[in-house]
Design a protein around this ligand. Structure first.
Ligand SMILES: *Cc1c(COP(=O)(O)O)cnc(C)c1O
Length: 428
């Protein structure tokens, strides 16, 4: 059936059992696969025929789940990785190598910021960061001859800025390079970046997709619309023969819909080996089956908590793009018409001490270095992830000492508000 709605794809996408086969996806808990002849296996190694030979590269369970995520995003091919970090690294390193340059939004996940600005810099890949509120002129000025890609997050973790995906896609394409969007916080239920011009989508499936705080994982999806061959000089890895794979030219052999993921699997997964285990892919699929139901509730709870906090006298400021006074409200109306996510951040007037007192007084919301699962949790960056910074440095980084990031789970909204209210009573 063509054109199924996302809700149906969440439940049934990616796997259709045949007569008498298991209804739920089977966990193929095997590192290796048996063949009748060496010739047959040789064809797999040459990418002449498709099939499985070693789970470091591909496994049927992973492929069912990757196919579901590809269908949800409206992409042509997808692969699972062991974590969101691996997904973002692979997606970028599949296009950029030593001597190249990337343009990235400055408002991104701290782990990705570190990956790009420290680890990839050590590999000889330069970066220019641009503000998610930059003008077209500022954005275009960031590009160089050797720029290979543009990177941003639909809703940034933890800043909760919303990216103008169309603006970034237009600039990327004007310079002959693809736009990679990390769609972790929005999920394809609330935003499908390919519809706005993105070319590659990544996920930390650890967050809402798994949704139960049980399995670390990542995914990469290709939208299949970037014409590598039209920019062959920029992407020799896709458009010239790969000597490490028997002289295959990925863009020729697998076309726009398959080249990116095939190269990423055949080269990067082969050499770096950050594969998701089939058991984890199974857990991820259990999460995906209810993603559409859960996202609606996460957004409802996020909205209710944000509105309550915005009206509270001890709260200095609330960031949530579902609030009309939020600077990203208009963008969210365009890109996230059904809601954004359950993560709300807010600053307490009493600063660091008030944040500590507030969080220690919460009874339902737990203090955790995590977001986006069924149970509400919160974090004070100043005393945890950013604790090496003093108050002035925190202010400059846009993470004031009294900032609390709260990830609203699937509990009853009034219970969450009651918990927040009693905890705020403890704050001066
Ligand atoms: C958590 C996160 C990552 C990293 O994912 P892991 O699964 O923890 O490796 C990347 N991007 C975003 C937006 C995230 O929230």
């Amino acid at each position: 059936m063509e054109h199924l709605h996302p809700e149906t794809i969440c439940v049934q996408g990616g796997y259709t059992p045949g007569n008498g086969e298991p209804r739920q996806i089977p966990i193929v808990q095997s590192t290796t696969f048996r063949y009748e002849s060496g010739e047959e296996m040789g064809k797999l190694f040459d990418l002449e025929s498709s099939g499985y030979f070693y789970t470091r590269l591909q496994n049927p369970t992973n492929d069912y789940v990757a196919a579901k995520i590809a269908a949800l995003e409206g992409g042509t091919a997808a692969m699972l990785t062991s974590s969101g970090q691996a997904a973002n690294f692979f997606a970028m390193f599949n296009l950029a190598s030593c001597g190249d340059h990337i343009v990235a939004s400055s408002s991104i996940y701290g782990g990705t910021f570190n990956l790009i600005s420290v680890t990839m810099a050590r590999m000889g890949i330069d970066v220019t960061f641009v503000s998610p509120t930059c003008t077209d002129k500022e954005l275009n000025a960031a590009f160089r001859e050797n720029t290979k890609l543009v990177f941003g997050e639909t809703i940034a973790n933890p800043a909760l800025t919303v990216l103008d995906i169309e603006q970034f896609a237009k600039a990327a394409h004007a310079h002959g390079v693809p736009l990679i969007i990390d769609n972790t916080f929005a999920t394809p239920v609330n935003c499908r970046p390919f519809e706005w011009g993105a070319d590659i989508v990544t996920h930390s499936t650890t967050k809402y997709m798994d949704g139960h705080g049980s399995a670390v994982g990542g995914a990469i999806v290709d939208g299949g619309r970037f014409d590598w061959m039209a920019h062959a000089d920029k992407f020799p890895g896709l458009c010239t023969p790969d000597d490490s794979y028997h002289g295959i030219t990925y863009a020729e052999k697998f076309g726009m819909g398959g080249a990116f993921i095939t190269k990423c699997t055949a080269q990067l997964m082969r050499d770096f080996g950050s594969i998701q285990s089939p058991q984890h892919a199974f857990y991820l699929n259990l999460g995906l089956e209810s993603l559409h139901v859960r996202m609606a509730r996460h957004c409802e709870n996020g909205q209710a908590v944000a509105e309550y906090l915005a009206s509270h006298p001890k709260v200095a400021h609330v960031s949530y793009c579902g609030l009309p006074e939020d600077p990203y409200y208009a963008r969210a109306q365009k890109y996230l018409p059904n809601g954004s996510c359950g993560v709300v951040s807010f600053e307490l007037k009493g600063g660091r001490e008030a944040a500590a007192l507030f969080m220690n007084s919460l009874k339902l919301a737990a203090i955790e270095t995590h977001v986006a699962d069924a149970r509400t949790c919160c974090l004070n960056p100043a005393s945890t992830t950013h604790r090496q910074m003093n108050d002035e440095q925190l202010q400059a980084a846009g993470v004031p000492a009294g900032l609390v990031r709260m990830s609203c789970g699937l509990e009853n909204a009034q219970d969450l508000i009651d918990d927040i209210a009693q905890a705020l009573d403890h704050v001066q």
